[in-house]
Design a protein around this ligand. Structure first.
Ligand code: NI
Length: 226
């Protein structure tokens, strides 16, 4: 499932992030690309050892852990330290599927990429083009979100970034391993969680809420790998 998570960062945080990102050194984005995607990838990135990338990445992970929709939708087990990229002057990233296994540079720990994340750090008015296009069984989805908003999508998806023809598109991107490996199971759990919360808001004391919450946790127990 493809899901948008609004306001992961506040507007003040976006301004702070951009001030730091706009005054640091960027390198060719091919550094984190696999063999195939290196041929279609044309953008700039912060090195994963960059102190700016490390500190801003930690702030993103902290913000995610405070975000109930993210937790409910992703059910994260391991989050890759966020990376940062910039597209300008015609930069683009052609069609590709992200690598299935990634090694976390600092710890050497491996994660299976179940979900891919793009957190937008430029507002849509700042640039032309640069849409993230994600293919799924319902067709191609074009994603261009306000700064501070994020999209979460299955890492199994073919996706691409269209050429940026004006301005700069700055974003953070990373992957995560979910406790729930299968997208269909994760989607069921999110839908159940949302439905339980809606019933809870309408009928706070309904006795079946306890049973439904029990079913949610028992499904999670059945499927989770921790
Ligand atoms: Ni990708």
């Amino acid at each position: 499932m493809l899901i948008q998570i609004p306001e992961v960062l506040s507007q003040e945080e976006v301004v702070q992030f951009r001030n730091e990102l706009d005054s640091t050194d960027w390198v060719d984005g091919k550094v984190t690309a696999g063999y195939q995607s290196a041929r279609v990838k044309d953008n700039m990135q912060l090195p994963d050892t960059s102190p700016v990338a490390i500190s801003l990445g930690q702030r993103i992970v902290q913000a995610l852990h405070r975000n109930p929709l993210f937790i409910s939708a992703a059910l994260p087990a391991k989050i890759f330290p966020p990376l940062f990229n910039r597209y300008d002057g015609g930069h683009a990233f052609g069609n590709h599927v992200d690598n299935s296994i990634r090694r976390i540079p600092m710890t050497g720990e491996q994660i299976r990429t179940d979900l891919s994340v793009t957190l937008f750090l430029s507002s849509p008015e700042e640039y032309d083009g640069g849409e993230l296009i994600i293919d799924d069984t319902y067709g191609a989805h074009s994603i261009k979100l306000p700064a501070g908003h994020m999209v979460l999508y299955p890492s199994t998806s073919l996706h691409r970034v269209l050429p940026v023809t004006r301005g700069s598109r700055v974003s953070s991107f990373f992957w995560l391993q979910s406790m729930i490996r299968h997208d269909a199971h994760r989607t069921l759990l999110l839908n159940l969680d949302v439905a339980i919360q809606k019933v809870g808001m309408d009928m706070e004391k309904h006795p079946s809420l306890v049973e439904l919450t029990g079913i949610y946790h028992n499904l999670l127990r059945e499927w989770a790998e921790v």
